[in-house]
Design a binder for this molecule. Structure first.
Ligand code: PLA
Length: 427
């Protein structure tokens, strides 16, 4: 029964104010609600699933597939699940999540021997994967610095805009990508950093920038960090792909380490969706490096306070998997090997896609496919070309021309290259 109908049955009509009865008849409580626009990334998966074509290819969402196009559960995860099964209870985690999982997770971002970890200067809570970590930070930012804004790279993962919008933090743009060179627009980026008001928040992708696959070099990160210091800006790192850029999680944390060396306070969102393949487990971590232990205790307590009325405490299973893997040398080494395997397969597919397009005699340059890193290739295809790929070839990807290289396999690469060649050379 509709809520409106239930209420009008339970309460005599004359008891309702006339305004309420005239404005909303029993059936029109939600009459003003329009259907939401489809999500630019997850909407692609919905369209893919609805397509009956046997030729269909999904290179939309960033979900890793094996070379047969099948979803992958890492062997280290299978083994951790075997060890966990039947041995532990399922009670609530503390509001801040699993202490063991957080301990291991901080080591990945801040370094195994980090002085900040030893000095207990990091306020950290388990989060609902990378999205939840970003959202918790955005809410924290709004609650404690309500007049602050955030600079967000253009382009970025589309959901970043939704997250800070829903947290009601005004957004400013950080120029990042240069469409002609298909590389970093470093000069404009530095200008925006210099021209932002002192003490601004910036969202930075720690590695494997989504959607462009373009990261600053180590030297450029050092310059960015220096300029942040001059301007007293706050860097918030979204690290959703640690390990997916180089194949080595330690190397992929380089940008963060540079900022730490330079003495910045930082915020960091970590996710195990991609690098452990724990997408649906919703397991990640939000951390904020504070000035001292006392501040960290206060900040952590406030992060928990934000989480409590939203979801009370985070889910337990993913946390158990992560802490089982990272807390055991043998399983951790297996994980590192498997992350490298995933990154290497993607790098191989980049080479193969470029070669395929070149062999077809494409007059365009596809060098950027192998220059870019991480899960995505920002192909340069126009929205119209993407529409043709979908309508004529049943190839599904986001309209910004982003190809999830994690979904490209030896089985579909020839078909994909042919289709791209077709839509880029004929109209
Ligand atoms: N941050 C960035 C930069 C991301 O690309 C993603 C996921 C997340 C955070 C959030 O991931 P998590 O909450 O699952 O940890 N981006 C995906 C999926 C892979 C998505 O859009 O939700 C993508 O296809 O872009």
């Amino acid at each position: 029964m509709a809520l409106g109908a239930a209420i009008s049955r339970a309460i005599p009509r004359r008891a309702l104010s006339s305004a309420a009865t005239s404005a909303r008849s029993a059936s029109s409580w939600w009459g003003h609600v329009e259907p939401a626009p489809k999500d630019p990334i997850l909407g692609v998966t919905e369209a893919f699933l609805a397509d009956p074509s046997p030729d269909k290819v999904n290179v939309g969402v960033g979900a890793y597939r094996d070379d047969n196009g099948k979803p992958v559960v890492l062997e280290c995860v299978r083994e951790a699940e075997r060890r966990i099964a039947g041995t532990l209870n399922m009670e609530y985690l503390p509001m801040g999540g699993s202490v063991k999982m957080i301990e291991e997770t901080l080591k990945l971002a801040y370094g195994e021997d980090s002085e900040f970890i030893k000095d207990k200067r990091i306020a950290a809570v388990q989060a609902l994967s990378g999205t939840g970590a970003c959202r918790l930070f955005a809410d924290f930012q709004k609650r404690f610095l309500p007049d602050s804004q955030i600079y967000i790279p253009i382009p970025t993962w589309a959901n970043h805009h939704n997250i800070w919008r829903d947290a009601r933090v005004p957004q400013r743009t950080l120029r990042y990508y240069h469409p002609e060179s298909k590389g970093l627009d470093f000069a404009s980026m530095m200008d925006d950093i210099r021209n932002a008001p002192n003490g601004s928040f910036f969202l930075l992708h720690a590695c494997a920038h989504n959607p462009t696959g373009v990261d600053p070099s180590e030297e450029q990160w050092r310059e960015i960090s220096y300029q942040f210091k001059v301007k007293n800006h706050f860097p918030f790192f979204d690290m959703a792909y640690q390990g997916f850029a180089s194949g080595d999680p330690e190397r992929d944390a380089k940008a963060i380490r540079i900022f730490l060396e330079d003495g910045h306070p930082i915020g960091c969102a970590q996710s195990y969706a991609k690098n452990m393949g724990l997408y649906g487990q919703r397991i990640g971590c939000l951390s904020i490096l504070c000035e001292d232990e006392m501040q960290a205790v206060a900040v952590k307590s406030q992060l928990q306070q934000l989480a409590r009325p939203m979801y009370s405490n985070p889910p337990v299973h993913g946390a158990l998997i992560v802490s089982t893997i990272l807390g055991d040398t043998e399983l951790k080494n297996l994980w590192l090997k498997e992350v490298k395997g995933m990154a290497d397969r993607i790098i191989g597919m980049r080479k193969a896609l470029r070669e395929n397009l070149e062999k077809l005699g494409s007059p365009l340059s596809w060098e950027h496919i192998t220059n870019q890193i991480g899960m995505f290739c920002y192909s340069g295809l126009t929205p119209e070309q993407v529409d043709r790929l979908t309508s004529e070839f049943h190839i599904y990807m986001t309209r910004n021309g982003r190809i999830s290289m994690a979904g490209v396999t030896t089985g579909n690469i020839g078909y994909l290259a042919n289709a791209i060649h077709e839509v880029t050379t004929s109209s």
